[in-house]
Design a binder for this molecule. Sequence first.
Ligand code: ADP
Ligand code: MG
Length: 348
Amino acid sequence: MSIKLEQVTKVFGAQRVLDDVSLTIAEGEFFVVLGPSGCGKSTLLRLISGLEPLDGGRIEINGREVASSDQHLPPEARGVGVVFQSYALWPHMSVASNVAFPLETAGKTKAEITRRTDECLATVELTRFAERKPADLSGGQRQRVALARCLAQGASTILMDEPLANLDPHLRGAMEEELSAFHKASGATTLFITHDQREAMALADRIAILWEGRLLQADAPEVIYRRPNNRQVAGFIGQGAIATVAVLGSEGDQAHIRLGGCDFTVSALPGTPTGTAALLLRPEDLEIGAADARLTGRVGRTVYRGGFHEAEITLPGSETPLLARVPTKPQAGAEIGVSIRSGWVLPA
Ligand code: ADP
Ligand code: MG
């Protein structure tokens, strides 16, 4: 129940929409592809589901080659279920009939269809809505019908293209929890596509960052956030700033760095060389106004974020202002003591 892509390439006209994309999604994994609009996410999903042929590389699903330069299995032969951003439900059919549809098409017996439909509706907790029409459901409930229909197909591999993008923000949080529960209950290998990093962080076992058709990094959410491979990932995910520092030496996954004339210990790849490097500082890496502060920064713009203020602080040597969280609003232009508690040296 795994998905494997090797050097997958897709070209539209003169545009290389996917360029040399390789990744492996493990059985039962919830794998999220995250990237800005237009980076090739939907194209990736269409190649895996078989809606689009590829131009280079190969795709395996459950150990079977489904696409390569001389192979293109049609979508129905790939055993994957797809859930799109628009739910694509039949408006004139009841919830139960929508879910039963793939079972009927597959020519199952009436008893079998009823049993499976009931099971799938129970998994998404829609049993009491079985006789309603899609129009009489909330957006979140409609999305659950689409999930149940996907389950009814018997798909152990599910692809989802921004399924929460059409929902109201307050519903999205609830649907994220439901998707997680659904994933646990079904055990399906899931490829979930989104441009929303908060959603990706909340759902993913692993996140792959797709950028202009190239895969920049695929790792657990904490690793993507704390230890990005490069500036693009660091800048795309979360908040933070990059300072130019001198690496004085390293031991294991720690590096000793100098910034603004002071020495600090931060995280780094083992074997990080000495010399000039870029240090990523997230807001939580900085402590402001501590008694032992060794650096002095200048306060710029401050924004209230609910519970704390986020202040831009310029340190000597920082390329862009650092973002720090402070409990009380500091005076713009004031000088303020800054301590660096952690950080990540970006790999060269
Ligand atoms: P995303 O889902 O990340 O927003 P898409 O995969 O839909 O991105 O599109 C990636 C790029 O490929 C875009 O520049 C888009 O215009 C282009 N593209 C997608 N489908 C086609 C197509 N059928 N013909 C030509 N260009 C396409
Ligand atoms: Mg898309």
